[in-house]
Design a protein. Structure first.
Length: 124
Protein backbone atom coordinates (compact mmCIF):
# COMPACT_ATOMS: atom_id res chain seq x y z
CA UNK A 1 0.00 0.00 0.00
CA UNK A 2 1.18 3.44 -0.87
CA UNK A 3 1.43 5.94 1.90
CA UNK A 4 -1.23 8.70 1.95
CA UNK A 5 0.54 11.72 0.45
CA UNK A 6 -2.45 13.95 0.87
CA UNK A 7 -2.32 15.92 4.12
CA UNK A 8 -5.48 16.75 5.94
CA UNK A 9 -6.01 20.42 6.86
CA UNK A 10 -6.42 20.74 10.60
CA UNK A 11 -7.97 23.96 11.92
CA UNK A 12 -6.72 23.41 15.44
CA UNK A 13 -3.12 23.23 14.29
CA UNK A 14 -3.56 26.23 11.97
CA UNK A 15 -5.07 28.46 14.67
CA UNK A 16 -2.18 27.65 17.00
CA UNK A 17 0.53 28.33 14.41
CA UNK A 18 2.75 31.41 14.10
CA UNK A 19 1.41 32.21 10.65
CA UNK A 20 -2.16 32.44 11.95
CA UNK A 21 -0.99 34.68 14.79
CA UNK A 22 0.82 36.97 12.33
CA UNK A 23 -2.23 37.12 10.02
CA UNK A 24 -4.50 37.92 12.98
CA UNK A 25 -2.19 40.75 14.11
CA UNK A 26 -2.10 42.24 10.58
CA UNK A 27 -5.91 42.08 10.34
CA UNK A 28 -6.32 43.75 13.75
CA UNK A 29 -3.87 46.51 12.85
CA UNK A 30 -5.68 47.20 9.57
CA UNK A 31 -9.09 47.21 11.25
CA UNK A 32 -7.82 49.47 14.06
CA UNK A 33 -6.29 51.89 11.57
CA UNK A 34 -9.56 52.00 9.63
CA UNK A 35 -11.53 52.66 12.80
CA UNK A 36 -9.21 55.48 13.87
CA UNK A 37 -9.30 57.12 10.42
CA UNK A 38 -13.10 56.86 10.36
CA UNK A 39 -13.29 58.51 13.79
CA UNK A 40 -11.00 61.35 12.68
CA UNK A 41 -13.01 61.96 9.50
CA UNK A 42 -16.28 61.90 11.43
CA UNK A 43 -14.94 64.52 13.84
CA UNK A 44 -13.79 66.75 10.97
CA UNK A 45 -17.17 66.46 9.27
CA UNK A 46 -18.90 67.34 12.54
CA UNK A 47 -16.74 70.49 12.87
CA UNK A 48 -17.42 71.49 9.27
CA UNK A 49 -21.16 70.96 9.74
CA UNK A 50 -21.12 73.04 12.92
CA UNK A 51 -19.31 75.87 11.13
CA UNK A 52 -21.75 75.72 8.23
CA UNK A 53 -24.70 75.82 10.65
CA UNK A 54 -23.27 78.90 12.38
CA UNK A 55 -22.68 80.58 9.02
CA UNK A 56 -26.24 79.78 7.95
CA UNK A 57 -27.64 81.34 11.13
CA UNK A 58 -25.51 84.43 10.56
CA UNK A 59 -26.73 84.72 6.98
CA UNK A 60 -30.37 84.33 8.10
CA UNK A 61 -29.88 87.14 10.64
CA UNK A 62 -28.28 89.32 7.97
CA UNK A 63 -31.16 88.59 5.60
CA UNK A 64 -33.65 89.66 8.27
CA UNK A 65 -31.72 92.87 8.93
CA UNK A 66 -31.52 93.67 5.22
CA UNK A 67 -35.23 92.94 4.77
CA UNK A 68 -36.06 95.34 7.61
CA UNK A 69 -33.82 98.00 6.05
CA UNK A 70 -35.44 97.52 2.64
CA UNK A 71 -38.91 97.80 4.17
CA UNK A 72 -37.86 101.00 5.98
CA UNK A 73 -36.33 102.47 2.81
CA UNK A 74 -39.58 101.81 0.93
CA UNK A 75 -41.37 104.24 3.24
CA UNK A 76 -41.37 108.00 2.60
CA UNK A 77 -39.52 108.63 5.85
CA UNK A 78 -36.82 106.12 4.91
CA UNK A 79 -36.36 107.62 1.45
CA UNK A 80 -36.07 111.12 2.89
CA UNK A 81 -33.57 110.04 5.53
CA UNK A 82 -31.41 108.22 2.97
CA UNK A 83 -31.45 111.19 0.57
CA UNK A 84 -30.47 113.55 3.39
CA UNK A 85 -27.60 111.35 4.55
CA UNK A 86 -26.18 110.49 1.11
CA UNK A 87 -26.55 113.84 -0.65
CA UNK A 88 -26.45 116.17 2.37
CA UNK A 89 -29.77 117.50 1.14
CA UNK A 90 -32.13 119.84 2.96
CA UNK A 91 -35.76 120.72 2.42
CA UNK A 92 -36.58 124.06 0.87
CA UNK A 93 -36.38 126.69 3.57
CA UNK A 94 -34.08 124.64 5.79
CA UNK A 95 -30.53 125.64 6.42
CA UNK A 96 -27.60 123.66 7.68
CA UNK A 97 -25.59 124.66 10.73
CA UNK A 98 -22.01 123.56 11.24
CA UNK A 99 -20.97 123.31 14.88
CA UNK A 100 -17.25 123.31 15.52
CA UNK A 101 -15.96 122.16 18.87
CA UNK A 102 -13.29 124.57 20.06
CA UNK A 103 -11.38 121.78 21.80
CA UNK A 104 -10.92 119.81 18.60
CA UNK A 105 -9.73 122.62 16.33
CA UNK A 106 -6.90 121.71 14.07
CA UNK A 107 -3.74 123.73 14.21
CA UNK A 108 -0.52 123.43 12.34
CA UNK A 109 1.65 120.89 14.05
CA UNK A 110 4.99 122.00 15.37
CA UNK A 111 7.80 120.66 13.30
CA UNK A 112 10.29 118.51 15.12
CA UNK A 113 13.83 119.81 14.85
CA UNK A 114 16.50 117.45 13.68
CA UNK A 115 19.60 116.97 15.80
CA UNK A 116 21.55 119.14 13.35
CA UNK A 117 19.10 122.03 13.73
CA UNK A 118 19.29 121.70 17.50
CA UNK A 119 23.09 121.74 17.32
CA UNK A 120 23.09 124.90 15.15
CA UNK A 121 20.45 126.48 17.42
CA UNK A 122 22.81 126.04 20.36
CA UNK A 123 25.25 128.50 18.79
CA UNK A 124 22.60 131.09 17.82
Amino acid sequence: MAPNLQRQFNWKNFTQSKIAFFVAIVVLVLLGRGAILTFIKEREVRLIASGAQNKLEGLKNRQEDLSEKINFLNTDEGKEMELRSVYNAARPGESAVLIVDSKNTTSTPKLQKTWWQKFLGFFN
